[in-house]
Every structure is written in structure tokens, then in C-alpha cells.
Design a protein around this ligand. Structure first.
Ligand SMILES: Cc1cc2nc3c(=O)[nH]c(=O)nc-3n(C[C@H](O)[C@H](O)[C@H](O)COP(=O)(O)O)c2cc1C
Length: 371
């Protein structure tokens, strides 16, 4: 019996297996609104058999977008465009749909990766002045962000709530708050980006204040049956940066505030990061959060093989595995994993006839015949 294909619960949300599609920016929106690309991209991933699909980092304000082509959920037009995508996905797939809500802070106003991902200076076409905890740029030579004042923090808390409420109206099954990869909430957590001298900077307690306020505001606004959780970078991979001890402390506080899970990733706040890459390289961080905090954890990062994913779950290192690149490379990854591990997976009835002879029970409920 495969543990990867065992059902589990993310707060009040039940999931048929422990495979999650990680959020992945597509840089293909127009004025924050989803396009036909999102219909195709999310539509085909929704047929994968994964338990949950987390929609890409979705900005809570226009200036919170990483790139001008980022998805947003700050206007009625954005909401209508995503509603169209969700309607199609829902019509053809039972997959649980979550959304990652985000503000990029000083890493906003960037070009997409295929245009080198560099900063668009505010005086260049399409660029804008970025906001951050402190007037510290992400990299030397980049435009200096504008530090947020208290009114700015209030506006952003409200923006996170407004976006979360739009997500609830759209019928999303869960909300992930992006507290990782060097974006705004991570910038508050990390002493490498946060040089504030008010109640939002200095001590670890102060640096955690704004991310916790955002979490509290979103959790309070969203109906209890919709789980809310956070993605956290467990380490900056830079001496003197945010670290696993801070991550455990933050996760403990989030737990007492009704956080459903922690999606454990690393890095992103500093170009000086020295990441030790390898298969499952971030899993030990998820394991530590799970063991010390007791919240469900999602492990991510170079999880590519079914047996590897199975052993992460079977050994209790995490409650779910989250896959990004492997799912783009092979959108039927969960089917192949189920076949390898002797499990069953949901597939659209239109594709049932593709079930290989040697895997007679692979697709749940599959039956086919003809005259
Ligand atoms: C194309 C692409 C877009 C990504 N966009 C996001 C994003 O929107 N939000 C996020 O938290 N991480 C994002 N990531 C990071 C992934 O979610 C994941 O953490 C990372 O790729 C490591 O997992 P992997 O080894 O399975 O790819 C992105 C990664 C890729 C490859």
C-alpha cells in the first residue's frame, strides 16, 4: 500500500493523495488577468492526478507583481479572468485548487526569466518603484526600494485580505500566503533585507510581526472551512540571515493562530546565498518543522522520483511532497508514480483507454468497452 497515495487532510480540506503541484509563475498575464495560457497550463496540470494544484504567486496589488506579466487578484477584471479558468478546470477535474497570494516587495518590477529576470528600473518602460521593509536593494546597483510606512503596511494587510476574499469567492479550496523566496514577507523576516528600527525590525519577534499580522488578517477574514497556510524559506543560505531556528519559531506562532500547514522551501532573499543543491535538499527543513512544530508540512525541491517521494512520506519526513519542474517536464508524473508504486490515481474518463495492460487497476473507476 503506497503511502504517497494515502489520503490526507490539510486542515479541513481532504486530499486524495500527497502529491501537490507547487506554485509556478507563468509571466503570461495581462494587467494581472489570467489569459488563455492559464487555461491551457492549469487545465492540463489539473488532469495530472495530483491531489492539489497551487496556482502561481498571485499579486495582491499591481506593484506587488514580480513582473508586469504576473498574475494578480486585485481587480474585478482579474477575478473574472480567473473565474473563467476555474470554471473550465472544475468542469473537468476533481483536483483541489489552492492559490498562492503574494507581494514581491523589492523583487517586483522584474523581467521574466526568459528576458534574464533582471530589474526593470522605474524610469524604464513597464517598470515601477518597488516597496520594501527598508531602503535596501536586492542586489548592488539596483534601484533602491521605498521603505513602507505604517499606512503602507495597513494598506498591504488590507490588500492581502481583499485578495483572499476574492479567492474565496472564486471557490479556491485553500490559500497559501507567500512568505518565501525573498518576496515581501520574507524581506520582513530576514535581517539581510530588514533594517527597520521600529516595531517591525530588529529582534526576531519584531521581524515576524508583519508576516504574522498578514496571516492573522487573512485567517480572520476567510471562512473557517478554507485552510490558510504559509510558504516559508527555512534558511537564507547566508550567514547572519533568516534560519531554521527562526522558521521553527515562526511556525510555532503560526500554529497557535490557526495555520493549516507549512510549505517549506529555502533561499531567495540574497544573491550571496550558497545553496547546497541535491535531491530532496530541502526535505530536512520540512522534517524539522514537522518534528518540532507538529504542523503538517509540504516538502519541496528536487523531488523527482516516485520512490523518493514515497520514502519521504513513509519515513514521516513530510506530510506531502510538492513538485514544480518535474510536473512541467512530465505532467502525468502522478500517473507514472501510481503505476510504479502499485497505487490508483484519478484520470479523466476520456483517457481511460490509455491505461497500460500491465496496470489493470491504475485509473480509479476505469472501464471501457465498445460494440
Ligand atoms: C517556472 C517556475 C515558476 C515558479 N514560480 C513560483 C511561484 O510562483 N511561487 C513560489 O513560491 N515558487 C515558485 N517557484 C518555485 C517552485 O515552486 C519550487 O519551490 C522550486 O522549483 C523547487 O521545486 P522543484 O525542484 O520541484 O522544481 C517556481 C519554479 C519554477 C520552475
Amino acid at each position: 500500500m503506497s503511502r504517497l497515495f494515502e489520503p490526507w487532510s490539510l486542515g479541513t480540506l481532504s486530499l486524495p493523495n500527497r502529491i501537490v503541484i507547487a506554485p509556478m509563475c507563468q509571466y503570461s498575464a495581462e494587467e494581472g488577468s489570467a489569459t488563455d495560457w492559464h487555461l491551457v497550463h492549469l487545465g492540463h496540470l489539473a488532469l495530472s492526478g495530483a491531489g492539489m494544484l497551487i496556482v502561481e504567486a498571485t499579486a495582491v496589488t499591481p506593484e506587488g507583481r514580480i513582473s508586469p506579466q504576473d498574475l494578480g487578484l486585485y481587480s474585478d477584471a482579474n477575478e473574472a479572468a480567473l473565474a473563467r479558468v476555474l470554471k473550465v478546470v472544475r468542469a473537468h477535474s476533481p483536483i483541489r485548487m489552492a492559490i498562492q497570494i503574494s507581494h514581491a516587495g523589492r523583487k517586483a518590477s522584474s523581467r521574466p526569466p526568459w528576458e534574464h529576470g533582471t530589474q526593470i528600473h522605474p524610469h524604464e518602460p513597464g517598470g515601477w518603484k518597488t516597496l520594501a521593509p527598508s531602503a535596501v536593494p536586492h542586489s548592488d546597483g539596483e534601484d533602491v526600494p521605498e521603505p513602507l510606512d505604517l499606512a503602507g503596511l495597513q494598506r498591504l494587510r488590507e490588500a492581502f485580505v481583499a485578495t483572499a476574499l476574492r479567492a474565496v469567492r472564486l471557490g479556491f479550496d485553500g490559500i497559501e500566503i507567500h512568505g518565501a523566496h525573498g518576496y515581501l514577507l520574507h524581506q520582513f523576516l530576514s535581517p539581510l533585507a530588514n533594517e527597520r528600527v521600529d516595531a517591525y525590525g530588529g529582534s526576531r519577534e519584531n521581524r515576524m510581526r508583519f508576516p504574522l499580522e498578514v496571516f492573522d488578517a487573512v485567517r480572520a477574514a476567510v471562512p473557517a472551512q478554507v485552510p490558510v497556510w504559509m510558504r516559508i524559506s527555512a534558511t537564507d543560505w547566508v550567514p547572519g540571515g533568516w534560519d531554521i531556528e527562526g522558521t521553527v519559531a515562526l511556525s510555532q506562532l503560526l500554529k497557535t493562530r490557526g495555520c493549516a500547514a507549512i510549505h517549506v522551501t529555502t533561499g531567495g532573499v540574497s544573491p550571496a546565498q550558497a545553496i547546497k543543491l541535491g535531491p530532496g535538499y530541502q526535505v530536512p527543513y520540512a522534517q524539522r518543522v514537522k518534528a518540532e512544530v507538529g504542523l503538517p508540512t509540504l516538502a519541496v525541491g528536487l523531488i523527482t522520483e516516485p520512490e523518493q517521494a514515497e520514502s519521504i512520506i513513509a519515513n514521516g519526513e513530510a506530510d506531502a511532497v510538492s513538485l514544480a519542474r518535474a510536473m512541467l517536464y512530465d505532467p502525468r508524473w502522478p500517473w507514472h508514480a501510481a503505476a510504479k508504486l502499485g497505487a490508483h490515481v484519478s484520470a479523466p474518463k476520456q483517457y481511460w483507454r490509455s491505461q497500460p495492460r500491465q496496470y489493470k487497476d491504475l485509473f480509479e473507476g476505469a472501464r471501457f468497452g465498445q460494440r
